[in-house]
Design a protein around this ligand. Structure first.
Ligand code: ADP
Ligand code: MG
Length: 768
């Protein structure tokens, strides 16, 4: 008897060896196999005759192998096969396809899927270049195999790994048979329990679980192909919804539990308000006032605050955070502010001190970073533990690991997008008695519904207005051949009294794998998500490059004539610019490999205006605030992720002066990079750019997958399925809040059990 929980090795056609392989892909049970949905479908319902097809179409063609040959074009072997359908024929071509020679025997039936192109040699004929193909069963094979391969809409699967006894990959044909049999077995067994209550399904018009699975794997004739390919059928919606509902329900319960915890009810009276007013250096924007209101309202509640403050770069989150800190401090509690880099922590420390000096009362601010020597660190920790330190600012690693607070009331996490979700949770749990309030800040403009999912346990506030007097940054794209003009421009700006940043993708040499964070935040998070993405683009050339580097310089040069031109790096360009195009200007160099002291010195010099140009890597991506800087030059801009470029651009345009962002690009720019560069030039709206970034890279890369605590969905895709996410959220909240009368106790128990299993297995990171 097969049930959803039956282990995969008991499935006919799997066996222990393949069970191992499937396990590696997280597929352990019948349920896991069934939730491995096809990623695409082929309409082989009534295969059209070749005569009914048009060039340019994507088509699946079923025919008989007539013959094949291996040709050579400029020493590249090309496998060419003729597939016939009655009197019509089609040529299928695979470059370097000589290995296919023994695969196709004349008479064999095949299904091809690819783009039809008109043959150049013979008019009225078609060819397909590199089509996907599949052997169809012959007449003496079992009939149900035939039935699964043709005469229907056929599911196409990504391989789950594993091989047949003779070493072929377990592909779509194998999956079709396994899934078909499983579905048959399940249909014959007792009725499958449905994790979605019947009344909910009825209300939403969703099919039962088994029906949905059956139709998603083997869509009935007549299903719209467009709906299928887009995962928009009722069956898909049901399966996607199920997954999102459980995600949201888990988050909902978590929020609920949080509300039940004891927190601190801060007082925000006239005295506290005056303390804040005293230090404010400028009139807050309307948006700043509104979000501060939301934060203070939370802080006054006896439950712990869990709030996400979202605001584009330069929107002025810091001052809001400082105001919240003052509320805590004026109530006799300590506030801690954590930043992702030493540079940023130090900057916050210096500006907090400057800000608080405006007050008539003295505030005790303590910095806690890796650059302090051991004795200083000890002293700082003592001040924190005794309660003497009222505001503690530091890198999160330091604050989190070894610090005991006397009386921690508020934790502020700056630039959350640089942190992993795991860190956030360890800190939230720190205090056993009353939980401190937590304010998380991020400049990654995540669309609201998504924010609710990723930071599902947080309330969200958004600063959607920039401080007055900002002029938009003028963004230009310039080919690197015109570098000298760019350096001339930089020089002119400096003559006008401004400062400039020049950013490179790597620190030194031409390797792409140079992490650029002050510290690795955990075992897997050595780099920021966006950096990973740009690395990925570049990975292909890395191996060759480093090999070339080892050999004599001359031959490396020779090789590079054929390879991509070498990557310019911060260290090398610092030298080159200093003695070349930017000669006579005061240049500073900043990157993650400098000691913390050196970084601090360079940053301080730049801030004071003692340096004209800061040559840097992406260490300055987050938070750095030097209003006099008016030019941001990004070299190799095609290698940067969109969010990353937007963050970098956010370093300028902070003062009244007109500011510029110059995106320098090499000769070869991929179509995706083109799109990114275009977007940068045409908009400075962080939300729009985030949407495009999300679309380009997908949620996994965008949020840095595990690092952001994004669950591994089986079916759902939170970008594509946003509408269902909204519905799931509402249903989950109703389910948790209201005791729905039309849900039976049995169904409720099932939901609870499913939730537990679901969260433990799929979202282990985001602990329920
Ligand atoms: P971010 O949200 O990127 O952290 P910051 O808090 O660093 O932005 O603020 C960007 C700059 O804008 C800072 O120089 C800050 O002093 C200034 N600023 C913030 N709010 C205001 C305001 N209401 N009026 C004028 N300047 C402001
Ligand atoms: Mg900031």
């Amino acid at each position: 008897m097969m049930t959803l929980g039956t282990p995969v090795q008991l499935i006919k056609g799997v066996g222990p060896r393949n069970a191992e392989a499937l396990k590696k892909r997280g597929v352990e049970t019948v349920e896991d196999v069934l939730y491995h949905l096809p990623f695409r479908y082929e309409n082989r319902l009534d295969p059209k005759p070749l005569s009914a097809l048009k060039a340019g179409e994507m088509a699946s063609v079923i025919g008989e192998v007539r013959g094949s040959t291996v040709l050579r074009a400029r020493s590249m072997p090309i496998f060419e096969m003729t597939v016939g359908q009655g009197t019509g024929t089609l040529k299928a071509i695979w470059f370097r396809g000589q290995y296919l020679q023994d695969k196709f025997k004349p008479g064999q039936m095949v299904a091809l899927y690819g783009k039809l192109e008109a043959s150049r040699s013979s008019a009225g004929q078609f060819k397909m270049i590199q089509p996907q193909f599949e052997m169809l069963p012959g007449p003496d094979e079992p009939q149900d195999a035939v039935m699964l391969e043709v005469g229907r809409i056929v599911p196409v699967y990504e391989s789950l790994g594993g091989t047949t006894a003779w070493g072929a990959k377990l592909g779509s044909r194998w999956m079709r048979q396994v899934v078909w049999r499983l579905l048959e077995d399940l249909a014959q067994g007792p009725e499958l329990l449905d994790p979605l209550p019947r009344s909910m399904r009825r209300r939403l018009g969703m099919p039962s679980r088994l029906d949905a699975l059956r139709e998603a794997h083997f869509p009935p004739a007549g299903t719209s192909m467009a709906d299928l390919q887009g995962f928009h059928t009722a069956a898909h919606a049901r399966l996607i919804f199920e997954e999102l509902f459980y995600l949201e329900l888990g988050l909902e319960l978590k929020r609920k539990r949080m509300r039940e915890r004891a927190g601190i009810a801060f007082v925000a009276d006239e005295r506290v308000r005056n303390a804040i007013k005293e230090v404010l250096p400028f009139r807050p924007t309307g948006a700043q006032k509104r979000v501060l209101g939301e934060i203070v309202e939370d802080m006054r509640q006896p439950q712990p605050m869990r709030r996400l403050l979202q605001g584009d770069v330069g929107s002025g989150k810091t001052i809001v955070a400082m105001e919240a800190a003052l509320v805590a401090i004026e109530n006799g509690y300590q506030a801690a502010m954590m930043a992702p880099t030493e540079i940023l922590a130090t900057q916050h420390y210096l500006s907090a001190k400057k800000l608080l000096k405006r007050s008539s009362r003295e505030y005790k601010v303590t910095l806690l970073t890796g650059s302090l020597d051991d004795a200083e660190k000890r002293r700082a920790r003592r001040r924190v533990a005794s309660g003497e330190a009222e505001l503690v600012i530091g890198t999160q690693a330091l604050i989190q690991q070894k610090v005991d607070f006397a009386n921690l009331g508020l934790v502020i996490v700056d630039e959350q997008h640089r942190f992993g979700v795991r860190q956030r949770f360890t800190l939230m749990k720190k205090d056993e008695s009353a939980d401190p309030d937590v304010l998380v800040m991020t400049a990654t403009p995540i669309p609201r519904t998504l924010a609710l999912t990723i930071y599902g346990d947080l309330e969200v506030s958004v600063i959607d207005e920039l401080p007055p007097g900002r002029t938009p940054v003028v963004t230009r794209r310039v080919s690197e051949e015109r570098a000298l003009e760019v350096w001339d421009f930089v020089r002119k700006q400096i003559t006008l009294g401004r400062q400039a940043y020049v950013v490179y993708p790597v620190i030194e040499g031409s390797k792409d794998d140079q992490p650029e964070l002050d510290f690795p935040s955990d075992e897997q998070a050595g780099e920021s998500a966006s950096q990973n993405a740009s690395n990925k683009v570049a990975k292909k050339t890395t191996a060759k490059k480093s090999a070339a580097k080892k050999s004599a310089k001359k031959s490396a040069k020779a090789e590079e004539l054929f390879e991509k031109p070498s990557l310019r790096s911060a260290v090398e360009m610092f030298e080159e610019l200093r003695y070349g195009p930017l000669h006579g200007l005061r240049l500073g160099l900043l990157h993650g490999r400098l000691s913390a002291d050196d970084k601090e010195i360079v940053m301080a010099q730049f801030k004071r205006g003692d340096l004209d140009v800061l040559i840097s890597t992406t260490v300055i991506e987050v938070g750095v605030d030097v209003p006099n800087a008016s030019v941001m030059v990004i070299e190799h801009a095609e290698r940067f992720g969109l969010s990353q470029m937007h963050q970098l651009r956010g370093r300028v345009g902070r003062g009244a002066a007109k500011s510029y962002c110059v995106l320098m690009t090499g000769a070869r720019v991929s179509p995706e990079a083109e799109q990114r560069l275009d977007a940068m030039v045409t908009t400075d709206n962080g939300f729009e750019l985030a949407e495009l970034d999300l679309a380009q890279r997908g949620p996994g890369e965008f949020f840095g997958t595990k690092q952001a605590g994004l669950p591994d969905f089986r079916v759902a895709n939170i970008v594509r399925d946003r509408r269902l996410l909204e519905i799931a959220k509402k249903e989950a909240s109703d389910f948790a809040e209201v005791q729905l009368k039309d849900v039976s106790d049995e169904e409720r128990a099932l939901v609870r059990q499913q939730l537990k299993q679901h969260w433990q297995r799929r979202y282990g990171l985001v602990e329920a």
